[in-house]
Design a protein around this ligand. Structure first.
Ligand SMILES: [Zn+2]
Length: 303
C-alpha cells in the first residue's frame, strides 16, 4: 500500500507520495497556496488529492498537515498565513472529493514522522522542536500523538524567555508576532538568531553567516543563542521529559548543533537529570507531508 501527505504552508501546498514504510518515492507536486479565500484553497487541496490518487494509481491513505492550530472539538483551523481560520479544512476537502482526510498540525506531523522511522526511532517519547522563522514543537508518545485539549501543538516558542537568561546577556524584551513581549522565539528561532546578532554586532547575520565568520563576536553571539536555547530545552525537559528531542527547521543545519545544545542543556538542567538524546532530523523538509501520510496510514480506513 502507498500513502500520501499534503503539507499546507503559507506559501505552498506540497503533495508527496510514500510507500507503506514511509520511504519517499520522490513524487512531489507543489502549488502556490491560494491566499485570499477558503474556497480556492480547498479546491487546490482537492486537486492535490486527485493528483496523488492518479500518480499512485488508486485509493490509499492520504493525510493533511497544516501550519496552524486545529480545534479538536469543532475541527476549525486557526492559521496566521492560510485562509482557513474559523473553517474546517477536512469539511472543505470532503465536499469536493468525498474523502474524509485526517489533519494534523505540522509540528506534530514532524514529531510523528521522526518517531516513526526517523531520528527518534526507538525512543518512547519524541519531542520535535522546529527552529525556523519561528519556533514550534510537537510531541509523540509511544507512537501516538497525545490528545491536545485546545488543539495546540507544543507552543513553547511563545513561553516567555527566562528573565535570568535575558539579564545574563543584557538583552532587551522585544515584541513577538503573537502580540506579547519577550517570547522564546524572539531569541532562539532563525529570526531570533539574526535579532541577537543585531544586538551584539550591530548587523543582522543569519546562523550560517555567524557560524562561517571568524569574528570572535560572531562566536560569542552563537554562544548566547545556545545558552538561551538550552533554557528552552530545560523547560521542555521539566515539563515533558522526552527521551529524544529532534531539532528541525533551518537552524538545525548549523554545524555541531546537537552537541552545542546538549552541552547547554547539561549546564541548565535541574540537578543531574538524565539528559535526553538531542539530534537532528532524518526526514528534513518532507516531515510535514511524511508525518501526515503515516498518520493517515495508521488511521486507515478513513472514517
Ligand atoms: Zn509570542
Amino acid at each position: 500500500m502507498l500513502c500520501g501527505g499534503i503539507d499546507i504552508g503559507g506559501t505552498k501546498i506540497e503533495a508527496r507520495l510514500f510507500d507503506a514504510t514511509g520511504a519517499d518515492l520522490h513524487k512531489t507536486r507543489r502549488v502556490p497556496t491560494p491566499r485570499d479565500a477558503f474556497a480556492p484553497m480547498a479546491e487546490a487541496l482537492a486537486d492535490q488529492v486527485r493528483w496523488l490518487e492518479a500518480t499512485g494509481g488508486g485509493r490509499f491513505p492520504i493525510g493533511l498537515s497544516v501550519a496552524g492550530i486545529i480545534d479538536p472539538t469543532t475541527g476549525e483551523s486557526f492559521a496566521a498565513n492560510i485562509p482557513a481560520t474559523g473553517r474546517s479544512i477536512p469539511d472543505g476537502v470532503e465536499a469536493l472529493t468525498g474523502r474524509r482526510l485526517p489533519i494534523v498540525n505540522d509540528c506534530m506531523a514532524f514529531a510523528y514522522s521522526e518517531a516513526h522511522g526517523g531520528a527518534g526511532d526507538g525512543a518512547r517519547s519524541v519531542m520535535g522542536l522546529i527552529l525556523g522563522t519561528g519556533v514550534g514543537g510537537g510531541l509523540c508518545i509511544d507512537g501516538h500523538l497525545p490528545h491536545r485539549h485546545a488543539g495546540l501543538a507544543v507552543e513553547i516558542g511563545h513561553l516567555g524567555a527566562p528573565a535570568r537568561a535575558l539579564e545574563r546577556h543584557g538583552l532587551p524584551l522585544r515584541a513577538c508576532g503573537c502580540g506579547r513581549l519577550g517570547c522564546m522565539e524572539v531569541y532562539i528561532s532563525g529570526t531570533g538568531l539574526a535579532n541577537l546578532s543585531e544586538w551584539t554586532l550591530g548587523r543582522r547575520l543569519s546562523g550560517e553567516q555567524l557560524s562561517d565568520s571568524t569574528d570572535p563576536e560572531a562566536a560569542a553571539t552563537l554562544d548566547i543563542w545556545a545558552d538561551i536555547a538550552g533554557e528552552c530545552l530545560d523547560t521542555i525537559q521539566i515539563m515533558l521529559d522526552p527521551d529524544c528531542i529532534v531539532i528541525g527547521g533551518g537552524v538545525s543545519n548549523l554545524p555541531g548543533i546537537a552537541a552545542m545544545l546538549t552541552d547547554s542543556l547539561a549546564r541548565h538542567r535541574l540537578g543531574k537529570a538524565r539528559l535526553p538524546r538531542i539530534t537532528t532530523p532524518r526526514h528534513g523538509d518532507s516531515s510535514g507531508a511524511r508525518g501526515a501520510a503515516l498518520i493517515a496510514r495508521d488511521a486507515w480506513p478513513e472514517t
